[in-house]
Design a protein around this ligand. Structure first.
Ligand SMILES: Cc1ncc(COP(=O)(O)O)c(C=O)c1O
Length: 460
């Protein structure tokens, strides 16, 4: 029998009320509230964690190294309180979209409500404050605010760069087989429309950054005008030598477009140190910002030469804001980026990255003991944090995804590709992406489930 349940917030505390069993009473909001003070129903309070609580928890561990904090369950328990999650599921597919902490989600709803009161007036007021988010993003990720555009996602950011360059027939784009499908589709469409040439480099998983640099260097021709690659791929977690590739390209007059969809908010770096021309990000991934937020970095001297995806007046040619001319759209999501940055700062990106790596090593080091299990991501320090790929020999990865969901309520996704010409490059496996809210017990459930399949195969 299903029982009615109800949430409400009083002060900074969330209450979760479960109606009594029996009878067929329809529970109204008022009756639930009456119940809140009585012992008739089972009521428990979930502490609501805002930025101040996270800061206080972090202050208590500030003297220790990020690696020591990564293994401190009581600290991460505090961080888990900051999220309102469906704990009936084990979500190991944060590589898709990450849930925002309550403080970010609530801010977004608040801005949405405010805006809705008189959109023409209030939305405009919020829009003016978006400059704050631009400044904070620039500050946190090491760039000039005049090089940062706020977009809706990495697809939009990267397509602005891909579609905004002047290219002529015969010009070549060098990219990889592991770049994001939509971005490859964008280049393929330009190839059909503008008769440019698109070359995809393949590589084994995992490989080294030196190997990737060599592969690009060898593949560059006199026609190459653009290098397009991921900072870290969504397909295997392979990390690319962004600065070395950017320098290599610049020496030859080649433009660099970097897909940072999975990098920002995942591990520490500064944009200005990477030296590329364009960098696109989805902020609703590892920064935990609201769905529908992205960032585009354009090196200052490239802004004027880049056409926006939606037209802007000529007087804005050198203004990064020309890439934000998308028509009427929510300001609330963008405004709440401020809370997402504050939340990240309250933990610290080094601690966040160390925890993600700690969770990955916990499952990967256990699973690799089984002779039937293969890892397709490097576990070397500085190469992997919260995204790694694993398969079980002889087990179809798609069927394994279904099994983990059906039997264990674990959400994962299958990734990989086939290279018929060079089978050494082919692989397929499960992409495992936990998050800072993931408790060890969920990782261990995943490990047990995988070891059972490695031992006994999938149930018939
Ligand atoms: C590597 C990579 N690039 C780009 C994207 C596109 O991101 P979005 O769908 O948020 O635009 C994704 C999405 O998963 C991705 O993994």
């Amino acid at each position: 029998m299903t029982r009615d349940a109800f949430y409400f917030v009083k002060g900074r505390v969330w209450f979760y009320i479960l109606a009594p069993t029996g009878g067929n009473t329809m529970w109204s909001r008022r009756s639930f509230l009456r119940l809140a003070g009585s012992a008739t129903g089972a009521a428990f309070a979930m502490r609501s964690y805002g930025i101040a609580e996270v800061e206080a928890a972090t202050a208590a561990v500030a003297e220790r190294t990020p690696e020591e904090v990564a293994a401190d369950e009581s600290y991460w328990r505090e961080i888990q309180f900051a999220f309102t999650l469906d704990r009936t599921l084990i979500n190991l597919n944060n590589g898709n979209q990450c849930p925002s902490p309550a403080v970010v989600h609530e801010a977004c709803k608040r801005y949405m409500d405010w805006s809705n009161q008189a959109p023409v007036y209030h939305r405009g007021m919020i829009e003016r404050n978006i400059e704050m988010a631009r400044r904070r993003l620039a500050n946190e990720f090491g760039a000039d605010p005049e090089e940062i555009a706020i977009t809706r996602n990495a697809s939009e950011s990267l397509q602005i760069a891909q579609m905004g360059l002047d290219l002529k027939p015969g010009d070549e784009i060098l990219t990889t087989e592991q770049d994001y499908g939509r971005m490859l589709t964008t280049w393929d469409q330009r190839a059909r429309r503008d008769k440019i040439k698109v070359t995809r480099i393949d590589f084994p998983c995992p490989t080294t950054q030196a190997d990737l640099l060599k592969r690009f260097e060898t593949a560059i021709t006199l026609q190459t005008k653009v290098l397009h690659f991921c900072h870290i791929t969504n397909q295997s977690g392979q990390l690319f030598p962004v600065r070395d590739l950017s320098r290599l390209a610049r020496q030859r007059g080649i433009v660099t477009i970097v897909d940072g969809a999975h990098a920002m908010g995942h591990f520490p770096y500064k944009l200005r140190d990477l030296e590329m021309d364009y960098y696109g990000v989805s902020l609703h991934k590892w920064l935990l910002a609201p769905l529908g937020t992205g960032l585009l970095y354009v090196r200052r001297d490239r802004i004027a030469q880049t056409w926006p995806l939606q037209a802007a007046p000529e007087r804005r040619d050198t203004d990064i804001r020309k890439f934000e001319e998308i028509g009427t759209s929510p300001a609330a999501t963008k405004a709440a980026i401020n809370e997402a940055i504050a939340f990240q700062q309250a933990i610290g990106i080094e601690r966040k990255a160390a925890r993600l790596r700690y969770l990955t090593l916990r499952w990967a080091n256990e699973l690799k003991k089984s002779p039937r299990i293969r890892l397709h991501s490097s576990l070397e320090p500085g190469q992997t944090w919260g995204l790694a790929v694993v398969s079980i020999e002889g087990v179809d990865s798609n069927k394994l995804v279904t099994h983990l969901m059906d039997k264990h309520r674990i959400i994962v996704t299958a990734v990989g590709h086939e290279n018929i010409k060079d089978p050494k490059m082919s692989y397929r496996g499960l992409r495992i992406t936990p998050n800072i809210y993931t408790p060890l017990e969920e990782i261990d459930t995943f490990v047990e489930a995988m070891l059972a399949v490695a031992k006994n195969g999938l149930p018939a």
